[in-house]
Design a protein around this ligand. Sequence first.
Ligand code: SF4
Length: 292
Amino acid sequence: MHYTGTIYRPPVEADSLLLQVTVGCAHNKCTFCSMYKDVNFSIERLEQIEKDLMEARTYHDRVERVFLVNGDAFVLNADYLKAIATKIRDYFPECKTITMYASIQNIKAKRDEELIELRRLGINDLYVGLESGSSDVVTRINKGHSIQEAKEQLERLNNANINHMALLMLGVAGKGKGVENAKLTAELLNITKPKLVWVGTLGVIAGTKLQEEIIAGRFEEATEIENLIEEKTLIEEIQLKNIPFYGVHNTNAIPLAGMLPRDKEKMLMILEDGINDFDEDAFKKTFKRIPR
Ligand code: SF4
């Protein structure tokens, strides 16, 4: 298989076939992110993609799920995505789902009928990096969308019957703002109804704009206890039914996963215990966040 640059995929896609269709991230401007700074954005040629599919067919008897690599593969126009999905179906007719990272602007760039056609070809379960439901926060981190756009575009996705997974980031609002951020984020989730909520925690990566903001005194990081209180508030405020809450990630102080609302009380108790017993100094000395 042909891969360029570091390949990132959601933890829950560990068993999916990873098929590279883009290199890097077309946006590449979120202030906290260093994931694709080492590569220029480009699009893989269909011939190369087909070669990889041919090769993958020789390794795998059965592929039910394909994850399109890399940072915002849904940026590809609908015709190119249709051509890729058709090739995948040629080589893996058993494939049920083609998934990838998608931004709000990627959705906005597609017409309703294109979204419906992409869903018909198996594109589903898009991973959308929302990070926060706060207008101030998404503007400050240069996420590339407003909260109003997120509401409108995720509704269009839902209308096309395309599920999405909401990717969130604890601590992204900064010191003293976690609870307010959690409430606004839960409000967004309750309206937009993701199929899964994924939660990571902000880490400050050397060389990012966010690091410059901290050095210049324009942003102050939340404490670890604040991050845990933010997560607790988020879980308290989510009112969705039968939704996996997935907070198991190497950036999180306390790994946490469960179904909401079934496991709500259990997860809140784990966080409450963690908050009561948390030793901030010891944590700082022994825990190092890496980029997601
Ligand atoms: S967070 Fe996602 S959208 Fe933003 S720059 Fe990084 S990869 Fe691109």
